[in-house]
Design a protein around this ligand. Sequence first.
Ligand code: GLY
Ligand code: MN
Ligand code: MN
Length: 415
Amino acid sequence: MSIYKTRRERLINSYEGNTCVIVFSGKEIMKSEDECYDFDVNRNFYYLTGLERNDMALVITKIDDAVKEFIFAQPYSEFIAKWYGDRMPFEEIKEISEVDSVNEYDSLRSTFASMYNRLRRDPEFKVSLDLWQYTATQDASMAVQFANELKERYPGLKIVDLYPAIASLRLIKDEEEIKNISEAIATTKFAQDWMMSFIKPETNEMMMEATFDYALKSRMCNKRAFTTIAASGKNATVLHYHDNNQVMHDGDLFLCDMGATYKNYCADISRTFPVNGKFTERQKELYEVVLAVQKLVESTAKAGVSMRDLNKLVVDFYKEELPKHGLTKDVSEYYWHSIGHQLGLDTHDIDGGLGAILKPGMVITNEPGLYVADENIGIRIEDDLLITEDGCINLAKDLYKEVADIEGFMANYKH
Ligand code: GLY
Ligand code: MN
Ligand code: MN
């Protein structure tokens, strides 16, 4: 059985009673008359089908304990084939997803109507839709539009949000997901090595970003996990800096926060290294503080610990250590984000919240930072950790982060 079928089975069986789950793949958003923004598939749809095409819907029904699955997709169109290439043939949809019933998208509503006719007297029957949106004012997704339509047409129908059921599945990564994240990290390391070998004083941050992109594409990775942060000097003290347009100077540190993807799974890595290949004494002193706390977090992260516990570890460590290095303001002046987040199909994956207890199979980031604007020093070191019963596995252990390793590599590999 494919991983997608297994995931669908686990999802539908997590619901009690007669249920219909509907997940849309998403729409292409028009940018101008004949151009769309890059299409990015709905992550829940992808997780459950392995498909990444627009205008599709997955429907899973469980009625009297019998489960049925359908995909609704746009049929072949000569016009589309001529202009953009063929749509995915129904046979290929079946093969990838292992959903046997693939139907024309236009029949979604009539299929739903005939199913609902049989169930309308069941007060427990519910439809589960992916209703998540960032803010109430965000444009309605296909799922929200469909939910509104159903509410209007069938006023008694119970509609629930898919999020809790799918979140508890997606939070725990299966073997395939860990393989994909690891592959995304391997590509990120490949690109990171290129960046370290290309950087030199009086080149610019955008050249670093371009080097990262070039390295990714040379490995046939055409999607970054997020907008790269390529920040030198003081810019590295701005958390979400991504202008990436300044000249980098001799004596500055360079911070890059970057991630490749593999099969839509994300890497999320930060590294900080000197523009000229050699840390100053002061840069090294502060870098070692961040590295020490990052290692402390890694040695503490395991099932049963919360992200809040890990973050407190960093703050307590800094309270003790920073004054020894002349940093006497409140810790929040030097470190004001938190230690990390879940990682997976999204860079900031399913939100377990700071209080959430870690479980085996979760993948989290470990990303303490230290930002000292009046010294033009911004440092962040970020790895990706797979949580296990009694510890964690650092999936990013192959990327250089010891001072000696960084300096050694940069001295020996120059473009
Ligand atoms: N790159 C985003 C983050 O580290 O959370
Ligand atoms: Mn990051
Ligand atoms: Mn991160």
